[in-house]
Ligand binder design. Structure first.
Ligand code: ADP
Ligand code: MG
Length: 701
């Protein structure tokens, strides 16, 4: 049977060399098997027949029974002609129009025979017309293998211009089922099909092309989506298993002086349960003979840094060096200041290398790296320069991974024959469902618990008309010594207007909160760096009460005494941005608040965004909603997801199926990784077929 599916498409009756060539070029259909896997984009209800007097000018697709009574060629512009046929039924008449392929269409049109036409109807000068309709004799129409739900296939302009209509593809599909007698082989193990109550492959293929009912279609779609996601997961997990065997890593066998000394005497706080769990996971990974490739996810403030530091201590305990790479100088500096404090207690040699490092200190760093006396190096992209050579890099930590390409990641470890363990940290909450399809080759650890004592930020949504009450609230908070952020959107496309809004806002706030009782800072991207620093300093030293700003404050600002975040025109921000902005408060011991200000007119998506922000502080939950609203391609930091080129499944809508598919792929491989059990013979065959195509490598990186 499988052999039959390898038959070149031109051999299918009704295709031939010309159409075969077109199908190859336009839809990538080379063989029978490719055609069977051309799944419809959508379906149309073809149980209903319209009368001409029922038509509406809404460009809906309709089918009508009637006759063509005449055909003529009309010149509508100099030298440009169209073919027009008059079509009638017992309620009226309309026109059928062709702009291309006149000759053979004209020849194929039958006058005064009962036909069924199908296409989009529009009205022009009081006359209904249908352009490039599908036409079928009523007698054929009644016989054809047709289902209530008519499949509409992907097409291209060239295809429809060259006479390969949806109808043609439909016919080819029927022919294919006839010739092959639909003897399609099963691809999933029987026990799985039974356990999950899936329909057999054969039935699924039939019903995806010729569904007898909406219910049959749903079952077919479910089965094929599951299968698609299942085989992707199977390959990803298998790849991970193979990698673990193949890529040797440095086994960190010792938990030594540095780690223990730090853990017993210098830990600045009690670790959270999540931090402990993640450190254990990392220790187990680095203790094995395989290279660690781990993604560490944790919301802003969840305490990833200490986990990274303790992992570095393990590297040093085992006689290796460690490095931490951050996306910006500011972040690298922050890490250096924080980690130096800890490292100094243990007499660890730690240094920082960025683009602005002076030549002398660079030289020293290069030397110490090569002779092995430098134990921890913090830095930016500068770490990737050729001159930076580690004596024995054992662990590379990468902060905020989405800003580094995969290529850059691997550049770090190309320097060593045995690659270092890699820990990638990200605060961008990538939903698990997405992460596991994108990074199926990375192991994932999640810090899903915030350090104790943090009070959850209270978030409310207020309309502009309630501003007076909000202002009263601000006054009360300032009266008890708190500070306030008021953030305006500044979005590139409408920069001028936004800037005006910001300035207008600043003026009216200055009026409502006048000197000398109140003082206000302002911060925006057009200011000189020195002025920005000065304003920021005034606010962080508590000299001003209110900071009016654009989203420039989104990254790296830390003022624990600021307890209220007001976001103006909140409907214009995306969810992840709102969440990042809110993360600027709630850093001290006081109760913090976030107030989302919007106008009354909100789209339903905006409403969902506001409701989500009000109902949860959980970055992962927010990311899940964001994913649903925007689709994976737009989710911040996951642009790579565009590579996921799925045929039928949709990782946003079909997340539950994805989770199920992953669960079962994992179960199967942990019981039978080589897929050698008799019940997995089918799986093995499909798997080998897939790896031959190598298409899975396109799914990742
Ligand atoms: P992020 O995950 O955003 O990088 P950090 O590692 O910068 O978070 O930690 C945020 C703050 O929380 C830091 O001031 C850190 O010292 C503190 N912190 C981290 N873990 C704990 C903990 N277990 N208990 C108390 N404070 C902690
Ligand atoms: Mg951090």
């Amino acid at each position: 049977m499988n052999n039959l599916l390898l038959t070149p498409i031109e051999y299918l009756k009704g295709v031939g060399p010309n159409r075969g060539e077109l199908l190859r070029k336009e839809l990538g259909i080379h063989k029978y098997g490719d055609l069977i896997n051309l799944y419809p984009n959508r379906y149309i209800d073809r149980t209903r027949y319209y009368k001409i007097n029922e038509l509406q000018n809404n460009a809906a697709e309709v089918q009508i029974i009637g006759k063509i009574i005449n055909v003529k060629t009309v010149e509508f512009a100099k030298g440009r002609k169209r073919l027009v046929a008059t079509f009638v039924d017992d309620t009226g008449q309309m026109e059928l129009v062709w702009f291309q392929g006149h000759k053979w269409i004209r020849e194929s049109l039958k006058i005064n025979e009962v036909i069924v036409i199908f296409g989009k109807c529009t009205s022009f000068n009081g006359m209904y017309n249908m352009a490039h309709p599908e036409i079928e004799l009523l007698s054929e129409h009644e016989q054809s293998l047709r289902s209530a739900m008519q499949a509409i296939y992907p097409s291209t302009e060239t295809l429809s211009n060259r006479g390969i209509s949806n109808r043609t593809i439909n016919k080819m599909m029927q022919q294919l089922f006839l010739e092959t007698q639909a003897l399609f082989t099963e691809t999933l193990p029987d026990y799985l099909i039974q356990q999950l109550q899936l329909i057999p492959k054969k039935a699924a293929l039939f019903n995806i092309h010729f569904p007898k009912s909406a219910e049959a279609l749903a079952k077919a779609q479910y089965r094929l989506k599951f299968e698609e996601l299942f085989f992707i997961q199977l390959q990803l997990i298998m790849k991970n298993l193979i990698q673990k065997h193949k890529i040797k890593g440095h086994p960190f066998t010792i938990v030594g002086e540095f780690f223990n000394e730090f853990y017993q005497n210098h830990l600045p706080f009690e670790l959270t349960g999540a931090q402990k769990r993640v450190i254990k996971e990392i220790r187990a990974d680095m203790g094995s003979n395989a290279q660690m490739n781990r993604l560490l996810q944790g919301d802003v403030g969840s305490g990833k840094t200490i986990v990274a530091f303790m992992s570095m201590l393990l590297a040093i305990d085992n006689g290796f060096q460690a490095c931490l790479m951050a996306p910006t100088e500011i972040l690298a500096n922050q890490h250096f200041i924080g980690l130096s404090e800890l490292a100094n207690k243990l007499n660890i040699n730690i240094k920082i290398l960025t683009g602005s490092s002076k030549t002398a200190s660079r030289k020293l760093i290069h030397e110490e790296l090569e002779n092995g006396t430098l134990q921890i190096l913090i830095g930016t992209h500068a770490l990737l320069e050729d001159k930076v050579k580690f004596k024995n890099l054992g662990l590379a930590v990468i902060d905020e991974q989405h800003r580094f390409g995969v290529e850059q990641r691997s550049k770090l470890w190309k320097k060593n024959t045995i690659p270092p363990h890699v820990l990638v940290m990200t605060a961008t909450p990538i939903p698990r469902t997405l992460a596991m399809s994108l990074y199926g080759d990375l192991d994932i650890s999640v810090i899903d618990e915030l350090p104790p004592g943090r009070k959850p930020i209270q978030t409310v949504h207020r309309f502009d008309s309630n501003r007076l009450k909000v202002w009263k609230f601000i006054r009360d908070e300032i009266a008890i010594g708190r500070q306030i952020y008021i953030v305006y959107p500044l979005i590139q496309e409408s920069e001028k207007m936004d800037f005006k809004d910001l300035m207008d806002g600043y003026e009216s706030i200055s009026r409502d909160f006048p000197l000398p009782q109140y003082s206000i800072s302002i911060l925006h991207g057009k200011m000189k760096p020195a002025d920005k620093d000065a304003e920021m300093k005034r606010f962080s030293e508590g000299k001003t009460n209110i900071m009016v700003a654009t989203t420039v404050i989104e990254v790296g600002v830390n003022v624990p005494n600021a307890s209220v975040m007001i976001i103006e025109s909140a409907e214009r921000f995306g969810l992840s941005q709102l969440h990042q902005l809110r993360g600027r408060v709630g850093r001290g011991a006081d109760q913090s608040y976030c107030i989302l200000m919007t106008s009354h007119k909100l789209s339903s998506d905006s409403k969902t965004r506001m409701e989500t922000m009000v109902s949860t502080n959980d970055g992962f939950e927010i990311a899940e909603v964001d994913l649903k609203l925007r689709g994976p391609g737009n989710l911040m930091g996951t642009q790579q997801s565009g590579v996921l080129n799925l045929q039928i499944a949709d990782i946003v809508r079909d997340r539950d199926i994805l989770a199920l598919a992953r669960e079962h792929a994992q179960k199967i491989l942990s019981a039978d990784a080589p897929l050698q059990k008799p019940e997995h013979a089918t799986l093995r065959a499909v798997y080998i077929e897939l790896t031959k195509k190598k298409n899975i490598w396109n799914y990742i990186s």
